[in-house]
Design a protein around this ligand. Structure first.
Ligand code: CTP
Length: 408
């Protein structure tokens, strides 16, 4: 297994983090912290309104650099800070971005620190909007977003859900991990370029009748993190996904499926053109033998649901593999290493990511996880608890090393 860690993919990078006046401004503190942890030098620029929501001191503490807040209060150590800092930046991230800053940027207005920096920078610009849903879907805002996209700015789409104003809709700042993945993708070396990778993710749904199904707790987060991280590192990624609430990662070919059978067909069809399969889906082991086409009516009699085993997709791939690398997951409640090692053999895998699902910390739906990586040769490495995106990068490091070794 490689000793080279990818936990500092932003080493040596200078990032400007622009924060505007949205209720989501507090999430920018997490972004500042993560970017700094990933090795970047972060200079925060807060608009006047952002300072109403969050203190500049927070950013000074998290980044170690004095944040810039007003056009005329430049930090003393820099001569022309509003020009110097943006000029040397590797990336400008504006998160959260209000309709106001998007409108200013689309119209060429530079009347404060951030809008001025946005005009000076010569680096990639990533914008993560957050605002009320009526504002986000307002044709004027939409036109501004489109205009900036045409000019090469990258947007990280906001999520749907409950907004601070009490309404439901699209406008909630994207998950900070998604924003970080976009930043990393823009900046880091593309060490998986040329690799064709297929990831399965999420649960499957096995139909009982027209309105009922059997499923499980899988959120899809691990599989989506893998797809996102692999695409960011240059791989051509196909994501075969059961039903989830996750938004599609950028630059990933997504194949939505519902049942274990549909997932099987989607994976097997593509297997010949794939170098690596990572099977993160929680595939149902059983499916109803005789699903009803309509809705089953209630009676007073007890009812038995007959189930039959589904095909083990990964096992089939293990039987058919030529030089593909196969990575499986093992969700275990007991005898983690023993059961996971057994699965490597049964399914002819190269690596298994073993998960203690009975562990104190939640796994399903959580953003972080504690896993042990076990290779076919029997080497086991327990990783400390880390985000699913970091777990993904560790798995991809293994895949990268073995992929090139296999000379594919
Ligand atoms: N898997 C699969 N097809 C299935 C079942 C599982 O491809 N029908 C894959 C999963 O995506 C995972 C690995 O096999 O990568 C192990 O899944 P897991 O649920 O941990 O184990 P099972 O093989 O289903 O065995 P058990 O449920 O008895 O632990």
């Amino acid at each position: 297994m490689s000793d080279e860690r990818t936990d500092k993919p932003l080493d040596g990078k200078r990032i400007i983090l622009g924060v505007t006046g949205s209720i989501a401004a507090y999430k920018a503190a997490e972004l500042a912290s993560r970017l700094t942890q990933l090795g970047a030098t972060v200079h925060a620029i807060l608009t006047k309104n952002a300072c109403e929501f969050i203190s500049p001191l927070t950013f000074r503490s998290l980044t170690g650099n004095p944040p810039l807040t007003g056009l005329f209060d430049e930090p003393r150590e820099t001569g022309m800070a509003h020009i110097d800092i943006p000029t040397g930046a590797d990336l400008l991230l504006i998160a959260p971005a209000t309709a106001n800053i998007i409108g200013k940027m689309a119209s060429g207005i530079a009347d404060d620190w951030l809008s001025t920096a946005a005009m000076v920078v010569q680096c990639p610009v990533v914008i993560a909007p957050a605002m009320n849903c009526n504002m986000y879907t307002n044709p004027v805002v939409k036109r501004n977003v489109e205009r900036l996209e045409e000019l090469g700015y990258t947007f990280v789409e906001p999520e749907s859900g409950r907004l601070a104003c009490g309404t439901e809709g699209v406008g909630r700042l994207a998950d900070p991990e998604v924003i970080i993945a976009e930043v990393v993708s823009k900046l880091r070396k593309r060490d998986l370029a040329g690799m064709r990778l297929l990831v399965t993710a999420g649960p499957t749904r096995e139909r009982i009748d027209a309105v009922r199904f059997i499923s499980n707790d899988s959120s899809g987060k691990m599989g989506y993190a893998l797809a996102r991280a692999a695409a960011a590192r240059g791989a051509a990624v196909t994501l075969v996904s059961g039903p989830t609430h996750m938004s599609a990662p950028a630059n990933v070919d997504i194949v939505p499926v519902e049942s274990a059978k549909e997932m099987r067909d989607a994976v097997i069809d593509r297997f010949g053109d794939i170098d690596v399969v990572i099977s993160a889906a929680a595939v149902a082991d059983y499916t109803p033998s005789n699903p009803a086409a309509g809705k089953i009516k209630k009676t007073d009699a007890p009812r038995t649901l007959q189930l039959e085993p589904t095909e083990d997709i990964l096992k089939t791939l293990g039987e058919r593999k030529t030089k593909q690398i196969l990575v499986g997951f093992a969700a275990e409640t007991e005898n983690l290493i023993e059961n996971a090692t057994q699965k490597i053999k049964e399914k002819n895998l190269d690596l298994i990511v073993a998960n203690e699902v009975a562990q104190e910390e939640r796994v399903f739906g959580s953003d972080s996880n504690t896993v042990t990586l076990i290779t076919a040769a029997g080497a086991a490495r327990e990783l400390p608890r880390m985000t699913k995106l970091e777990v993904a990068d560790n798995i991809l490091d293994f895949v990268r090393d073995n992929h090139w070794r296999a000379g594919i």
